[in-house]
Ligand binder design. Structure first.
Ligand SMILES: *[C@@H]1O[C@H](CO)[C@@H](O)[C@H](O)[C@H]1NC(C)=O
Ligand SMILES: *[C@@H]1O[C@H](CO)[C@@H](O)[C@H](O)[C@H]1NC(C)=O
Ligand SMILES: *[C@@H]1O[C@H](CO)[C@@H](O)[C@H](O)[C@H]1NC(C)=O
Ligand SMILES: *[C@@H]1O[C@H](CO)[C@@H](O)[C@H](O)[C@H]1NC(C)=O
Length: 450
């Protein structure tokens, strides 16, 4: 029982794995559009992106702009679908449609309905469909949708794969093929015209004077076909200029150095110099960019919080600044009372800027704030002992203060407390005050005699 469950699970994984592999596998480094689309039914050619052959999901992610990708789609076109001239008094067999044209991307099936009206004097039985002239690799199947008269049949057409291009003996490997399908025993048939989509027919997408070709060429299959005398990947160079040995095409401006001094000019194109460290690269049409000369922080390029593109840091999220050294996080600025920088300073790049007399990582330290001892002494005394200057006005003036008597053995002060000592002519006591400013809240003080 356990074993069979396990086997089932393994099979499931295998099936899932296979279907996954079929979906994802595109020939990422295909050199042509044809090669790309033949590598899988979901593969599309995106000539202007870095990886040019992607499945549809990746294509969306890569934002391969719409006009620049090629992904031929299967289609079914009903060429002829005449109605019967004599529909009521059916003496002869009648089929609709009569002619269908199909463009098939291998691996993607197409289907269309067929309606067969039998002569009324014929017994209504199941009809077997025959197909003739079906080329190898094309699979035509029929499924009955409704029985009776007329009969509705679903025709499904699918091609397994594109023929291998090395097999050039036959020119007719992708059609168009003319295939006849007919109910067995009848002479009437339906004509299917099938073409396999194994090549990028980009001519329909030709765009003259395309901006991607500097307006000096036609974009075809995502590639520029340049008008004379222009040449280059983007038709950006005038070949007439090259004959004269002019390297102006390699300068970003009339007085700019050739290839920004980071490369050499070859036939009007900058070939950027290589760096010893292969992760460091010059780029740009004039080698004007690099990915290593960016602001440093703490000895790290872009503070280790971003990437360097063309001399500028592109900071990871949550980091800002020229060198990505500034965090937009404020957690490190939170004081123990929950306020940013104790409500005293400002949080800049994750660090509190504290105005004097406050200091410390969250502006909670105030060494010069000890005079608070004097400020509260009279109230501490009257609250704790009923004596001192405020003995008679203690309730009125000292309501803000709560005192707790501490045993003489107790350790005072605690964390975030300031130790105060008060000595008058008739008493001596030690007490603690919260180091935190009271801001009108009650102050709790622990007192012991000294
Ligand atoms: C052909 O035409 C009929 C109407 O005459 C329509 O019901 C049928 O769907 C059409 N068939 C196809 C394959 O378009
Ligand atoms: C044709 O398609 C049917 C149903 O989709 C399938 O069972 C059969 O194996 C296919 N035959 C070939 C030769 O691919
Ligand atoms: C391909 O085959 C069809 C018949 O199926 C024929 O009409 C056509 O001329 C052939 N094309 C070539 C280029 O051989
Ligand atoms: C078959 O389809 C192809 C391409 O769609 C077309 O060029 C050809 O004329 C069609 N053949 C017939 C017999 O309709």
């Amino acid at each position: 029982m356990m074993a069979s469950k396990l086997l089932f699970f393994c099979l499931l994984l295998l099936v899932l794995g296979l279907s996954q592999a079929q979906k994802e596998e595109c020939h990422r480094y295909a050199s042509s559009c044809d090669e790309c689309i033949q590598s899988g039914s979901e593969c599309a050619w995106c000539p202007l992106s870095y990886i040019r052959c992607l499945n549809m999901k990746e294509l969306r992610r890569e934002a391969c702009s719409k006009g620049y990708y090629y992904n031929p789609q299967s289609s079914t076109h009903v060429v002829r679908n005449d109605s019967s001239t004599d529909p009521v008094d059916g003496k002869t067999l009648f089929i609709q449609p009569q002619e269908v044209s199909l463009h098939l991307r291998p691996g993607v099936s197409q289907s269309f309905p067929l309606t067969i009206s039998m002569p009324t004097d014929q017994p209504v039985t199941d009809v077997t469909m025959d197909s003739s002239n079906v080329p190898a690799g094309v699979n035509i199947t029929f499924s009955s949708v409704t029985k009776g008269n007329p009969l509705h049949i679903q025709v499904n057409v699918e091609a397994a794969q594109c023929p291998s291009m090395s097999d050039s003996s036959n020119q007719n490997l992708t059609g168009p093929w003319s295939i006849l399908i007919a109910p067995r025993g009848f002479s009437l048939s339906v004509n299917l015209n099938i073409t396999l989509l194994c090549q990028c027919d980009c001519t329909g997408n030709r765009e003259e004077n395309h901006p991607a070709c500097s307006g000096q060429g036609t974009l075809e299959c995502g590639r520029c076909k340049c008008y004379a005398p222009y040449i280059g990947k983007h038709c950006q160079k005038n070949s007439d200029d090259l004959w004269s040995g002019d390297d102006s095409a390699c300068r970003s401006g009339p007085n700019a150095p050739v290839c920004s001094s980071n490369g050499v000019c070859e036939e009007g194109f900058c070939v950027c110099a290589k760096r010893e460290d292969p992760s460091e690269k010059y780029s740009g049409m004039y080698c004007e960019c690099n990915n290593f000369n960016c602001p440093h922080h703490n000895d790290r390029k872009c503070g280790g919080n971003g990437k360097c593109e063309c001399g500028q840091c592109i900071c990871d999220s949550k980091w800002v600044g020229e060198d990505c050294s500034c965090s937009v996080e404020t957690a490190s600025c939170k004081a123990t009372n929950g306020m940013l920088c104790n409500g005293k300073g400002s949080c800049q790049c994750g660090i509190c800027r504290c105005p004097p007399p406050y200091s410390g990582p969250t502006c909670e330290e105030c060494p010069s704030c000890h005079n608070r001892c004097d400020q509260h002494a009279a109230c501490v005394e009257c609250r704790a002992f009923g004596t001192g200057a405020k003995a008679n006005i203690c309730d009125r003036d000292c309501g803000y203060l709560t005192v707790a008597m501490a045993d003489t053995g107790d350790d005072i002060p605690g964390e975030n407390e300031v130790l105060c000592k008060m000595r008058t002519y008739n008493s001596c006591f030690l007490y603690t005050l919260s180091r935190l400013p009271s801001r009108g809240q009650s102050v709790v003080s622990r007192v012991k005699k000294c």
